[in-house]
Design a protein around this ligand. Structure first.
Ligand SMILES: [Zn+2]
Length: 211
């Protein structure tokens, strides 16, 4: 009897070591599918099954787990003003799937996505009319992964730079994403994500302290 228990304990120890839960970086994320858009069921299903699942799986392969809570929210687009987005949460990365990036941010560039601090909230937004999965290495990686990396690599805290600096930042995200996608190398992502989740936790603490 006693021997059996020892064995069981040892076994649990081995299983624990293999899955190494302490090593996983958990990112709290709120997922919102814009309720203002008249979606076809296929479009939302293909977002979840293809684009989103691929991005989540890519990140998980380097030990970064998105802890997803589904929320309800929508994107209002008042003319010539910043969009009004509801359903966002403090202390989480808010990921909004909509059809097109609001004109105020897009400026006619037909962007697949944006990542920014929006009234203090951490926000990634993707345009499902244009978004795509991992397509061409270094040039066209999964749109969801691309935007998530702008947060995880802490670009989100800088104003979107223009010109050469902005292009460098885009190239870096594509490079890092491609290394993860094709070679399973997620070292930079883990490093960035570790400090990023710390900043999310700081925000959560600050907001709950201020009531
Ligand atoms: Zn980008």
């Amino acid at each position: 009897m006693r021997n059996d228990m020892m064995t069981r304990r040892q076994l649990l120890g081995i299983v624990g070591a293999l899955s190494a839960p302490g090593d996983e970086i958990v990112v709290p994320l709120r997922l919102l599918v814009d309720r203002k858009v008249k979606w076809s069921p296929e479009q939302v299903e293909s977002f979840r099954k293809d684009l989103w699942a691929q991005a989540v799986g890519n990140l998980l392969s380097c030990g970064v787990r998105l802890q997803v809570v589904e929320g309800k929210g929508e994107v209002e687009r008042p003319p010539e003003r910043e969009p009004v987005i509801s359903g966002l949460e403090w202390g989480s990365l808010n990921f909004v799937a909509t059809n097109r990036i609001p004109m105020h941010w897009d400026g006619g560039r037909s962007l697949c996505g944006v990542t920014t601090l929006y009234r203090g909230h951490h926000l990634c937004m993707v345009a499902l009319d244009l978004a795509h999965g991992n397509r061409v290495p270094f040039v066209a990686v999964n749109t969801c992964l691309h935007e998530l990396l702008h947060a995880l690599l802490n670009d989100i805290f800088e104003d979107r730079p223009s010109g050469a600096k902005g292009q460098m930042r885009e190239a870096r995200v594509e490079y890092v994403a491609t290394k993860l996608w094709l070679f399973g190398d997620g070292r930079e992502i883990r490093e960035g994500a570790r400090s990023y989740v710390q900043r999310l936790a700081d925000q959560r603490r600050r907001m709950s302290a201020s009531g």
